[in-house]
Design a protein around this ligand. Structure first.
Ligand code: MRU
Length: 353
């Protein structure tokens, strides 16, 4: 079976209706795995709020949601001043989460596309923007399949694969990035086990990755983050594969907090660690990971996660949501345009073209 036949197991982001009156429908990932419910966004504030609260999350899915968010924003704008007003709406959406570059990438692409619609009437602007957002959506799905094609041979050689957070179908419009090779290898009949780091504090590994892999019939084993070293030492892991939220020109990669620690452990245990990401996750305007903005999250996510207080009242907290893995710890970056290895600026620019 080729990777082209594989469909994402869930619909994370969807546009309902036409450009002028339609709306954005998002699978509410805060309720997974217990409930599959949806949130409809009919104005820019709704979209901002859904991205901020992680109703939709994962860098590529955030980008697709933001693209449709720009269609929602355009619906509320008077045609004569739509250029500056749409730019303002885009800047507002960008403030929802700072680390995933796909958000600004998608918003900027929508603004450039709107530039070509000046002089058109409101209906034509709405339909034109919806076409662009739908193109971003379809391209994301195709990029996941392309990543899966490149990653599958690596997964097929492994008995045990460790992943962190959720860089799966739930984080994209397609079959995920880190999971793409897993879906392709599984469809080809290969058997392997995926160890899913639970991923404190919001548990994307257990609530989302373990859930979606199990739904797809892929052998998934849930571990807590602090078990990874022991599981590696026991020889259960052959490779690590994770996603990314922003990758600098030299290949330094920001991903969910804890990824850097996994990379250090993988190096210690002599295991190859790969990042899988589409070209839209690269930010070639920054030279190294030191310039990647790291989102800080609220105290309650670590003091009373999921409504249960587990820390003293008034304790001071610090909660960076992402960390940066230096390129030197990566065996490669698997993109839709090929595999970057060894990871350095020259190879990043060559593979991305
Ligand atoms: O805070 P989240 O859940 O949006 O963080 C997501 C991640 O860190 C993912 O691993 C990353 O966005 C890659 S998604 C294909």
């Amino acid at each position: 079976m080729t990777s082209m036949n594989i469909k994402p197991p869930v619909k994370v982001v969807e546009w309902v209706g036409d450009g002028q009156r339609g709306f954005l429908r998002l699978l509410d990932q805060t309720r997974l795995p217990m409930e599959q419910t949806f949130v409809d966004c009919r104005n820019t504030k709704d979209v901002w709020d859904c991205i901020r609260r992680l109703v939709v999350r994962g860098a590529p899915a955030i980008g697709v949601a933001a693209a449709y968010g720009m269609v929602v924003a355009a619906q509320a704008i008077d045609d004569k001043d739509f250029g500056p007003a749409l730019t303002d709406a885009g800047e507002y959406l960008k403030t929802s989460r700072p680390t995933a570059v796909n958000l600004e990438w998608a918003v900027d692409r929508m603004i450039r596309s709107a530039g070509g619609l000046i002089g058109k009437n409101t209906a034509e602007v709405a339909e034109g923007l919806l076409r662009e957002a739908a193109a971003i959506h379809a391209e994301d799905e195709a990029m996941c399949l392309a990543i899966g094609g490149h990653a599958a041979s690596l997964i097929e050689k492994s008995q045990g694969v460790l992943t962190h957070c959720n860089a799966g179908a739930l984080a994209t419009a397609g079959i995920g990035t880190a999971t793409a090779g897993m879906y392709v290898a599984h469809a080809r009949g290969k058997s392997f086990t995926v160890y899913c780091d639970e991923t404190r504090p919001l548990l994307q590994g257990s609530r989302l990755t373990a859930w979606e892999l199990a739904q797809a019939g892929i052998d998934a084993v849930l571990i807590t983050d602090n078990m990874a070293a022991q599981v590696m030492r026991e020889g259960k892991i052959d490779m690590v594969i994770v996603g990314a939220d922003r990758i600098a020109a030299n290949g330094d990669a920001a991903n969910k907090i804890g990824t850097y620690g996994v990379a250090v452990l993988a190096r210690h245990h002599n295991l190859p660690m790969y990042v899988a990401a589409p070209h839209s996750t690269f930010d070639l305007s920054i030279k190294t990971g030191a310039d990647i903005p790291i989102e800080l999250r609220g105290a309650e996510e670590i003091t009373e996660g999921f409504g249960k207080r587990t820390a003293p009242r008034n304790i001071r907290t610090y909660s960076p949501a992402f960390d940066v893995t230096p390129a030197s710890l990566l065996a490669g970056i698997i993109t839709d345009r090929g595999v970057i290895s060894p990871v350095n600026e020259e190879n990043v620019r060559r593979v991305l073209g």
